[in-house]
Design a binder for this molecule. Structure first.
Ligand SMILES: C[C@@](CO)(OP(=O)(O)O)[C@H](O)COP(=O)(O)OP(=O)(O)OC[C@H]1O[C@@H](n2ccc(N)nc2=O)[C@H](O)[C@@H]1O
Ligand SMILES: Nc1ncnc2c1ncn2[C@@H]1O[C@H](COP(=O)(O)OP(=O)(O)O)[C@@H](O)[C@H]1O
Length: 281
């Protein structure tokens, strides 16, 4: 059987407001997701024996807990498919950085296997399955930049500008659970009246507590903030700033490279996964 290789791109939260907390403790958000042209790559080869095997290990994540394996097994169980798959992962995206690598890997697995196993599921059904794996999975399944509500699953497509970004990757791992349970996290941003969204006055409500707990993140924000508005994505640790051209973004990253790790990528309102899937159909 032929192999199929697909990208799993990163996302940014261009801003993120916390507007409340549900009875189950989860936070209600309003956020805008945009994709980056910077991605992991997954290669799939169908197996006839029904086994799901991830052939590439990631440090600190067991085979069976990897979101790729969990996504494949759930799709197999819910569709009743008798085929299996071998999967190889080229891991590029920093883990736990708020750029959604695990969720994106899961979404690429769902879309890739839906195609290879010829299941014919539509995007809504795949996104619903994906939501049980992580709040960010649905936006990667749909593949369009979006204004998101709820825990991130109620999506309205939007088309923000698509600048070049410098993304800095502070070498600390920020726990999403720790930030969402922080006593000083503000949870009372007003829901937006005009949707989709004015850019003015937007912010990331997680940023103050992350900056307070992680000096490396504050330092990265201060350094990038000398050149453009710098902001946290998700619960971090990555921070980003926009530039009008690749040349300007490259120049700033080079200036910061003595003390900072990072990358330059272009914002994209259609994910590179969906651009590639279009060409398969
Ligand atoms: C904050 C966001 C914004 O895009 O991105 P990341 O920084 O993770 O990329 C997401 O909402 C992250 O969603 P997700 O990735 O599913 O969160 P998880 O790791 O499952 O959540 C870990 C814990 O954080 C808390 N949590 C998470 C999401 C949410 N809306 N409210 C919460 O209170 C819960 O206690 C949960 O058990
Ligand atoms: N395929 C995967 N890629 C990355 N992380 C994974 C994967 N599968 C499970 N995980 C777990 O999910 C956690 C969050 O990863 P990631 O999605 O990269 O970060 P974030 O949610 O901050 O954007 C990791 O620390 C890891 O324990």
């Amino acid at each position: 059987m032929d192999k199929l290789t697909l990208p799993a791109p990163a996302k940014l939260n261009l801003w993120l407001h916390i507007i409340g907390r549900r009875a189950d403790g989860y936070h209600e958000l309003e956020t805008v997701f945009q994709f980056l042209d910077y991605a992991d790559h997954l290669t799939f080869a169908v197996r006839d024996d029904g086994q799901v095997r991830l052939q590439t290990a990631i440090n600190g994540v067991d085979h069976d807990s990897n979101l790729i394996v969990r996504a494949a097994r759930q799709l197999q169980a819910q569709s009743g498919c008798t085929l299996g798959v071998d999967i190889w992962l080229d891991k590029i995206l920093p883990m736990g950085g708020g750029i959604g690598g695990g969720s994106s890997d899961a979404a690429t697995t769902l879309l890739g296997l839906n195609h290879l196993w010829q299941l014919g599921w539509d995007a809504d059904r795949l996104a619903q399955l994906g939501l049980s794996l992580g709040a960010d999975v649905p936006v990667f399944v749909h593949g369009h930049a979006a204004f998101a509500q709820g825990v991130g699953e109620q999506l309205t497509p939007v088309d923000p500008e698509q600048p070049w970004y410098v993304v800095l990757v502070p070498q600390v791992s920020v726990s999403t659970a720790e930030i969402f349970s922080h006593p000083q996290l503000t949870r009372d941003s007003l829901p937006l009246k005009m949707r989709p969204v004015p850019e003015g006055n937007s912010r990331n409500d997680c940023q103050p507590v992350v900056e307070q707990s992680y000096p490396e993140v504050r330092n990265a924000l201060n350094l990038l903030g000398k050149y453009t508005e710098a902001r946290l994505t998700g619960t971090g640790s990555c921070v980003f700033g926009a530039f009008p051209s690749k040349a300007e973004a490259d120049k700033v990253l080079a200036l910061l490279s003595e003390t900072q790790t990072g990358f330059v990528a272009k914002g994209s309102n259609i994910s590179m996964l969906h651009q590639q899937l279009q060409s398969l159909l």
